[in-house]
Ligand binder design. Sequence first.
Ligand code: COA
Length: 262
Amino acid sequence: MSVSTGGLIVEEKGPITVLTLNRPERMNALDFPTLLYLQAAVAKLAGDEETRAVIITGAGERAFSAGADLKERETMTPEQVRLYIRTIRDIFSAIASLPQPVIAAVNGLALGGGTELCLACDIRIAAENAEFGLTETSLGIIPGAGGTQRLPRIIGRARAKEMILTARRITAAQAEAWGLVSRVVPGERLLAEAMAVAEQIAQNAPLAVRQAKYAIDAGSEVDLYTGLGIETRAYDVLIPTEDRREGLAAFREKRKPVYRGR
Ligand code: COA
């Protein structure tokens, strides 16, 4: 099924949902209506037991997203800017805490909120022409959708400071060297690569995938002792599941497991 709401295309491809930012004439910049479409799509995914992985990408070949819509921004009152920032931050946090893994397929420029959207995803795969940048300090603001917090957690404080304080763009190759993306592929193979990763995830036991994502994310924010406790609790959730038994039976019977998310 495919639903287009102007700024966002939502496609359900079996167990994988693809969200495509769709304002190529504005470099897929995130205006308020597009944010609200994204918010609705993410809220639906949060309760969707059928979707096992999500891909986020941008329409066209130039941009994943040029971030906040600066033309719209110019028309906003300070109060509206505050509301926009709160909304985008909350949506990206909702993406980060989706139960399903989210893959950013970065098809071009990802600037400001575009890079921050990538940071909220679990896995980032970039096309060779992709570039990343938190340009906000060059515009008299700072990253406000998680960038100052998520970037140092992913690439370390020093590199994050270099990117944020210089507002400089980095290439896909540099992003790969810094661990910001897992891999760089030719543009024409980007979606196929992202789909292949999503399909591999979709074959695994969905409850296990959810618990693993939760344990990694929750555990990364606490000391090791507490993190190991989180891992123990996450494992405990899986012990009574039918899928755990199915995994063992499939191994014994030398067949592929059929997981039902129970
Ligand atoms: N908001 C609104 N419109 C944007 C946009 C943004 N963030 N980024 C690009 N666009 C628009 C341009 O205004 C232009 O439309 P126009 O021809 O009607 O004016 C169109 O997208 C193409 O962009 P253009 O600037 O002509 O292409 P370029 O290749 O010369 O530069 C960028 C592309 C993305 C590098 C440049 O547009 C840019 O720096 N944009 C701002 C990105 C940014 O800093 N985002 C963070 C915001 S916090």
